[in-house]
Design a protein around this ligand. Sequence first.
Ligand code: GCU
Length: 368
Amino acid sequence: MNTTDRFPPADQLPSLPELPDPFLRPDGKRITAPSHWKALREEWLARVLHYEYGHLPPAPRGVRAETASEERAQGGIVRTEYRLHIEAPIALQTRLLVLRPARAGKLPVIVDGDLCWGEPRAEIVQEATKRGYALAFFDRTQIAPDSAERTGVYEAYPDYDGGRLSAWAWGYHRVIDFLLTQPYVHSRRLAVTGHSRGGKTALLAGATDTRIALTAPNNSGCGGAGCYRYQAHGSETIADILRNFPYWFHARFAQFIGKVDRLPFDQHIVKALVAPRALLSTEALADLWANPDGTQVTHLAAREVYRFLKAEQRIGIWFREGEHAHTLTDWQALLDFADWHLLGKPPARAFDRLAFPVRAGLYSWRAP
Ligand code: GCU
């Protein structure tokens, strides 16, 4: 099948007012056993990348890091500043800051690309390291700028046509390439997080790399954990986001402005790409632009896939009061979820508490 047959343009796609059924194969049959999911997941991944984000750039030849400084900071924390070199056809560099507890052994690590917005606050560093986690913050805007300018990875791969979210997700993967070479890193306890546009990126990074054991988008909304078809309380739409930030996505996504019913998936499918690995959405109740209600919808819909894969507890949602921000409270929820799913501790709280009424009529399918 050629690309146009496999991925027709929006006006040739069927109208699907409901959230698309994740269990439906392209031949119109529903899968019936968990072993069928792997192949169908590949199909969904291809569709999501084709229509929404664009593919990630090719893997580089390698990565290496220079240590710019290393010091013992207050509270028994080791603070290492690296310059990460990504060996793409034109070399790329990003600043990478690792903050970890000074203790022997392999640590779970949480990667966050939002260093462009400043270093993590001391209270967050204290909390994470006290609980035995390392934080690895890098600046995703050194991989690709948060603008239409085609520098960074776009210069390294001139034919590359993915949007910024894909380019930045690729940055998360390169940081992981490096971390996996470090003696203090536990290879099966890697988590990714980020806030807002960084949260959209973290979700995509987790959806496209099975080395990531836990994916935790914060207030990620439109293009992240939010729902495109269920827009409540004036939250951001495809038209809104593409008016202001067209370069975050693949150019093809614009076909769906005003035609959300033609979109062959919705963001519950992006969440389902993470399954059965752990996934937590952290949401703020007053952050209506980011559609917390619609994020509950994608949570419940994606949970059907987790249930089908017998991993129902590995998808979580956590709502707090307040506005758009990546707060200590959000980090504490993430650390509790990580303690449970990465370290095997008993859950410290419930991660299936809903904040909005369950909406009827959004989808009629259930896990087979
Ligand atoms: C804008 C944008 C959101 C995005 C946010 C952010 O508000 O519309 O989609 O999440 O910026 O990244 O802070």
